[in-house]
Design a protein around this ligand. Structure first.
Ligand code: NAP
Ligand code: G4F
Length: 329
């Protein structure tokens, strides 16, 4: 008899959490999400799903809250997406980043080991672990050289996932995901910062967009495509780690050009360089090789770079227009 599928998603209020919850509901899962206590609710991204998912209070910093959640929900799969995920904040709050992003994964793995070691575990690893890259493109055999406290914390979480798989025979996998974006991306990250600004400028609500390193290169994909890879990694006969990427890299400047162009604006009239957005150590370039995922999982991205930029600009133009018309707060 097959067990009915019950997923617990940490970080369900984030960009990936929202897309993954929607995908797992479509696949027939009972979906549970862990949310941390806040003085105001931050459920905008999962608003359309609220009547089909169950939310529970918990925090990656609090070990017992995780144990209790697993005992209560009895999930068959745990997707650990929660993290302090913003690189600049990891420089100003390195200890918090280590507690949540690194040790948080260990706490969840410990909870699984204690409560039910049959629970499958997905860890949200990151291309930031590659950092100062020795070769291009990066794949599963490329050595890590993280360049931020966030990257270092993700390397720890990655290896503790491998270690629990090898030590305790837990089905624990790590998806090394390159940058993935969407209209649900947080507005501090560069892509959404740009598309949000383009929309505000177009509607006369903003004059200038201040950015840091325009020469940085990233392999940007669509979050909706990338959460499918997470799901696929959890359905295999044996647990393995995979790089998930589009294989195409672009500069921040290229993203800027295309985004302003989509709204009929010339970026050079609006963009200013601001050293405040430069980092103590930069990851200059990232570009992934997802051949293993293609061969073993049958995964490949559906949305290309131009389509991603268009999707994000169009969504922000629509949102800001509704905001201006008083239809949105
Ligand atoms: P995100 O939008 O920043 O979401 C992060 C989530 O973590 C939010 O739900 C946040 O809750 C939650 N969280 C933060 N601290 C927590 C804590 N102490 N306890 C419980 N929950 C906590 O991130 P994302 O873009 O969806 O990314 C999902 C995961 O993939 C993250 O681990 C990220 O580091 C990793 N990743 C992302 C990318 C990418 O390009 N997006 C690439 C590689 C890896 P609040 O809503 O309460 O803040
Ligand atoms: O959009 P970003 O802040 O993303 P970053 O640092 O690549 O990290 C994201 O992707 C990782 C995967 O590789 C995730 F693990 C992580 O959680 C996060 O989702 O910055 C992208 C690039 C950087 O090189 C940055 O220096 O854009 C450059 N940039 C230039 N001006 C800027 C800005 N970044 C931000 N956030 N703001 C700027 O004004």
């Amino acid at each position: 008899m097959t067990r009915s599928k019950r997923a617990l998603i940490t970080g369900i209020t984030g960009q990936d959490g929202a897309y993954l919850a929607e995908l797992l509901l479509e696949k027939g899962y009972e979906v549970h999400g862990m949310v941390r206590r806040s003085s105001s609710e931050r459920f905008e991204r999962i608003e359309p799903l609220l009547d089909r998912i169950q939310l529970h209070e918990g925090d990656l910093i609090d070990q017992l809250s995780l144990v209790r959640l697993l005992e209560k929900i009895k999930p068959t799969e745990v997707y650990n997406l929660a993290a302090q995920s913003f690189v600049p904040t990891s420089f100003s709050q390195p200890l918090l980043t280590g507690e949540v992003t690194a040790l948080g994964a260990t706490r969840m793995l410990e909870a699984i080991r204690v409560v039910d070691s049959q629970i499958r575990f997905y860890q949200a690893s990151s291309s930031e672990m590659f950092g100062k890259v020795p070769t291009e493109p990066q794949d599963e055999s490329t050595p890590f050289w993280p360049r931020s406290p966030y990257g270092v914390a993700k390397v720890y979480a990655h290896w503790i996932t491998v270690n629990y798989r090898e030590s305790y025979d837990i089905y624990a996998v790590s998806g090394i995901l390159f940058n993935h974006e969407s209209p649900l991306r947080g507005t501090a990250f560069v892509t959404r910062k740009i598309t949000d600004a383009v929309a505000r400028i177009k509607h006369g609500l903003l004059d200038k967009l201040r950015l840091g390193n325009l020469d940085a290169e990233r392999d940007w994909g669509f979050a909706g495509d990338f959460v499918e890879a997470m799901y696929l990694m959890m359905q295999q006969d044996s647990p393995r780690d995979y790089v998930i990427a589009t294989g195409q890299k672009h500069t921040v400047r290229q993203f800027v050009e295309l985004a302003f162009d989509r709204a009929g604006l010339d970026w050079e009239d609006y963009v200013e360089l601001d050293p405040a957005f430069l980092r103590p150590a930069e990851v200059n370039t990232l570009c992934g090789d997802a051949s293993k995922a293609k061969q073993e999982l049958g995964w490949k991205p559906k949305v290309n770079f131009q389509q991603l930029v268009n999707m994000m600009v169009d969504a922000d133009l629509h949102r800001v227009e509704r905001m201006k018309d008083g239809l949105l707060p």
